[in-house]
Design a protein around this ligand. Structure first.
Ligand code: CUA
Length: 275
């Protein structure tokens, strides 16, 4: 048998471990509060972003409840049921109800989140509306090419064999659209309240086209054209970031985004074409 003072030591250790678990809980909740007020999401500027934010909040809520509940339970169990020194561990299924509860409740919560995720995904990755403006964004170490089609809305064919200093995207000179296509650096202009389809490409390594304010993040993969669409709904200036470590200049891979009226957009495009 363990002595009385040994049993006291065990109980004290249990209480301290319980306090440590409570400290982790307080640190976790505290970090959330600090993050919420200092580094939270960028101001929202797209219709689809609302759907992403809702889903984000659901995940946060479910995981927060799980985090708080499990830490409280662990702390209480450590403090109350600390070893007294003479016990042997044993396993039995007397509390089947409790076992079923802690298996089924999280299971249902995560399946519900999964189903909600499928609906969220299907609302975002669908065919764009017919009035969508189309642009192509191509990542390259370490900037973004943005290609706007001409008035006919056509993008010229591209082929790596045409790539040169003056034709970095390899537009096919035999395609009439090559003359009307406009390629600019790091300047993505969009029309307010008009859906935009962005065809995301890369000419070298994997980049990630990230528009924090629009809740858009899409990998740019060499050899592939990946379309995404969304609807900006707040005029203003924003930024493109690259969200994939793509080389030493990764952190400089920043582009400008402007959301403006159709008239301002048309005027800007004309100015660019005149250059
Ligand atoms: Cu491109 Cu990081």
């Amino acid at each position: 048998m363990a002595s009385w003072s040994e049993a006291q030591d065990h109980r004290r250790a249990g209480v301290w471990t319980g306090i440590l678990v409570l400290a982790i809980l307080v640190a976790g909740v505290g970090s959330f509060v600090v993050a919420k007020y200092r580094w939270w999401l960028q101001p929202l500027a797209s219709v689809q972003g609302r759907v992403i934010d809702q889903y984000f909040n659901w995940i946060l809520l479910v995981t927060a409840i799980a985090f708080v509940a499990t830490h409280l339970f662990l702390a209480v169990a450590l403090m109350r049921y600390g070893a007294r020194g003479g016990e042997r561990a044993s396993h039995w299924h007397e509390h089947l109800g409790a076992e079923l509860t802690w298996t089924i409740v999280p299971g249902v919560a995560f399946i519900a989140l999964g189903i909600l995720g499928v609906f969220t995904w299907s609302r975002l990755y669908s065919a764009p509306p017919s009035n969508a403006q189309a642009v192509e964004v191509t990542g390259r170490q370490f900037f973004w090419y943005v290609r706007y089609p001409g008035a006919d809305g056509r993008f010229a064919r591209t082929d790596p064999k045409f790539v040169s200093q003056s034709n970095p995207l390899g537009l096919d000179p035999g395609d009439p659209a090559a003359k009307t296509n406009l390629v600019v650096l790091n300047e993505l202009h969009m029309v307010n309240d008009r859906p935009i389809e962005v065809r995301v490409r890369s000419v070298d390594v994997i980049h990630s086209f990230f528009l924090p304010n629009f809740r858009v993040k899409q990998d740019a993969v060499p050899g592939r054209t990946i379309p995404i669409w969304f609807t900006p709904d707040k005029e203003g200036k924003y930024q493109i970031a690259c969200a994939q470590l793509c080389g030493t200049g990764h952190y400089t891979m920043r582009g400008n985004v402007t959301v403006e009226s159709q008239a301002a957009f048309d005027q800007w495009l004309q100015q660019q074409a005149a250059h």
